[in-house]
Design a protein around this ligand. Structure first.
Ligand SMILES: [Fe+2]
Length: 318
């Protein structure tokens, strides 16, 4: 991975206490700092503060190759079922072309994956992802989208060095933003090798410190690729300018994404009340998953603490 080490960035410190009252504490053992220490994530936390993005290698995630292969194959299976296309890891889209705009850019989202298989819940509650997300968004954050991304060779007619245009994910919020307290943050699980030639994620290191959306082509000028093998986890905060380089090779790029947001921010996809309890309970951390899905929001529950019940008159017969 090219982290643009030549550029000096002023660090910011994220992860300050969040006095959110709408949702109960997880009550999990161990303060965040202790978990970061135990998981060996101190350098990744510094990198999130300094450059806004970090890549966690597979060895630190403790997941075998087979897990990533299964996730990748499940995504392709779902995408084929939904589109009718044949998707081949080496050859891309086989014997067919997609209509525009998908055909013109050579990529598409496969959305709402958490409803498809327990694996998509499992990656949401992974302790490394949980700790780094908590560092960026505080303890009370929500899942905004559960989307896979499939990309193939960028058509020659696509007239740009990037396919996904450079942007910051929290662009709906008026700037200036606080680099130490992003509104949203993202996880990208890489399921094929990322190189620039293979259409890697592009980002501008330290751009979260600008506290605004990019103007003109300044983000493209500063963009470097995230080059990392399949099995890596990319985490980045919502102020970072990012996009993706065009893909020059015929194979598929496959990844699993998950934008998260603070509890005051409206998630893009609606999960509350829709994810079967069996999927939640079968995950490695049901309490955290409930929180991600907004199942724990006290303001939406009329029975909790009598807080929002219609008050009773003394002596009234019910
Ligand atoms: Fe984005």
């Amino acid at each position: 991975m090219n982290r643009n080490r030549n550029k000096k960035h002023t660090p910011v410190r994220m992860g300050s206490a969040d006095p959110e009252v709408r949702t109960p504490s997880l009550g999990e053992p161990g303060a965040l700092a202790e978990r970061i220490d135990a998981l060996g994530l101190a350098d990744h936390v510094s990198e999130l503060d300094e450059v806004g993005l970090t890549v966690v290698p597979q060895a630190k995630l403790g997941l075998p190759d087979g897990f990533f292969h299964s996730l990748r194959d499940k995504i392709l299976e779902i995408a084929e079922r939904r589109t009718g296309a044949r998707l081949d890891l080496e050859r891309g889209v086989v014997d067919a072309e997609f209509e525009d705009p998908t055909g013109a850019i050579g990529q598409f989202f496969v959305t709402h994956m958490i409803f498809e298989d327990p694996m998509f819940a499992e990656i949401l509650v992974h302790p490394v992802k949980m700790a780094l997300m908590e560092h960026m968004l505080g303890p009370h954050h929500r899942l905004s989208v559960s989307n896979a991304w499939i990309k193939w060779q960028t058509p020659a007619t696509w007239d740009s060095p990037v396919t996904t245009a450079m942007h910051a994910d929290q662009g709906q919020v008026p700037s200036p933003w606080n680099p130490a307290a992003p509104h949203v943050a993202n996880m990208n699980w890489l399921l094929t090798d990322y190189t620039k030639e293979d259409g890697a994620f592009a980002y501008a290191p330290g751009s979260h410190l600008e506290a605004r959306m990019p103007k003109g082509d300044e983000a493209v000028q500063r963009a470097v690729p995230v080059e990392a093998p399949a099995g890596s986890l990319v985490m980045f905060q919502g102020g970072v300018w990012h996009g993706a380089f065009r893909k020059e090779t015929p194979s598929l790029r496959v990844s699993m994404h998950g934008l998260h947001c603070r509890s005051y921010y409206i998630p893009q996809q609606d999960f509350r009340g829709h994810v079967p309890n069996a999927i939640i309970e079968a995950s490695g951390n049901p309490a955290y998953l409930r929180k991600l899905l907004r199942e724990d929001d006290l303001w939406m529950d009329s029975t909790v603490n009598n807080r929002f019940k219609v008050p009773s008159l003394k002596g009234a017969v019910s």
